[in-house]
Design a protein around this ligand. Structure first.
Ligand SMILES: NC(=O)c1ccc[n+]([C@@H]2O[C@H](COP(=O)([O-])OP(=O)(O)OC[C@H]3O[C@@H](n4cnc5c(N)ncnc54)[C@H](OP(=O)(O)O)[C@@H]3O)[C@@H](O)[C@H]2O)c1
Length: 314
């Protein structure tokens, strides 16, 4: 099990690709998207915010799923005034899964048709925190939140016959070299670390993509994941002083503007070149092979059933 299970399949070239993370090959789409509807989670800052503005600048209407009402009101006003598009929001704090389920069900019952859904909300935590739902916090926000929304909306999307679902994932999924450790999701027996729990959550999301892609096959709905580049955002700002120092002085020094992430998210959501492509992982706009633990179908199957349980869906 563990590292031994995946060692043979590891391609170190992918780790090098991750470290280089170049934006040289960023593809750009300038097609119009007037009147289309795009849902984005965690749109109040960083990548989600930049992506919302990018879609609005091409004429798309927006539905933002955020946890902060004040920021949402200000943001919707700003976007409506600047781009003359519709901008609405729903409130869900992903640390409370009942709020995510409620928004999911509300959207399910609405007659809204989504052209693009971007699952972006995510955090990085150096501390182990257990939510009221009983899950490790990063696993819940970065993975289970997106699982709940997709799971509740999956039939509706299939019936629409067209939509692109995109996960804002991360090259950081490669840190889960021992797999996702489903036997111990709350880190009782294994050591918790910021990188480790982040890698696990992002790997879990990639594993869920395998199952969702299977479900959507042939329906006109596609689902893909992307790494948004190393970009300067509010990510990690709730962590302690040491982490913040490290982020300011090491990570942010080479970090780019989140506009590159927004450009990539627009390309993946709109470009004809991506039409019909599903179940893939992109580094910005370049397709890449994910790490072996993120391709393990057996674990994907097990995780699917466990997620339904952990997310309180059935
Ligand atoms: N920055 C990078 O270099 C990088 C690299 C790889 C992957 N990513 C991924 O990109 C995504 C966006 O991150 P970012 O860098 O743009 O960070 P960010 O600036 O911190 O934005 C995160 C967004 O998620 C929201 N969020 C946080 N906790 C939430 C909760 N409990 N419930 C609902 N929403 C919540 C935040 O809302 P508030 O405004 O209310 O805080 C914000 O809108 C994440 O999934 C992250 O893992 C980022």
């Amino acid at each position: 099990m563990g590292m031994r299970r995946y060692r043979k399949q590891y391609k170190w070239s992918n780790i090098i690709a991750m470290m280089k993370g170049t934006s040289k090959e960023l593809k750009v789409c300038s097609d119009d998207f007037t009147g289309r509807l795009v849902a984005i989670t965690g749109a109040t800052s960083g990548i989600g915010y930049a992506a919302a503005r990018e879609y609005a600048s091409h004429g798309a209407n927006l539905l933002l799923i955020n946890r902060n009402e004040e920021k949402s009101i200000t943001m919707c006003k700003e976007i409506q005034q600047e781009f003359q598009v519709e901008c609405d929001y729903k409130i869900a704090d992903f640390s409370l899964l009942s709020e995510v389920r409620n928004v999911g069900r509300e959207l399910l019952e609405s007659d809204l048709e989504f052209d693009v859904i971007i699952h972006n909300a995510g955090i990085y935590s150096t501390k182990k925190i257990i939510t009221e739902d009983g899950n490790e916090l990063v696993f819940q926000i970065d993975y289970l939140g997106s699982f709940v929304l997709n799971y509740i909306l999956k039939e509706k999307l299939r019936a629409q016959g067209k939509a692109r679902v995109i996960f804002v994932n991360s090259e950081g999924h490669r840190f889960a070299v021992w797999g996702i450790g489903l036997h111990d999701p709350t880190y009782e027996k294994r050591r918790h670390s910021g990188l480790g729990s982040y890698g696990v959550a992002k790997t879990a999301q990639l594993l869920s993509m395998i199952k969702f892609a299977e479900y959507f096959e042939g329906s006109g709905v596609t689902i893909n994941a992307m790494h948004p580049g190393n970009v300067k955002t509010n990510s990690g700002s709730q962590n302690g002083r040491i982490y913040r120092w490290y982020k300011r002085n090491l990570i942010d020094r080479s970090a780019k503007d989140p506009q590159i992430s927004a450009t990539a998210l627009y390309y993946l959501g709109v470009s004809k070149e991506i039409e019909g492509i599903s179940g893939k992982f992109f580094n910005l706009t370049k397709e890449e092979e994910p790490a072996p633990p993120a391709l393990d179908r057996e674990v994907a199957e097990e995780l699917w059933h466990k997620s339904i349980e952990m997310a309180g869906l059935e």
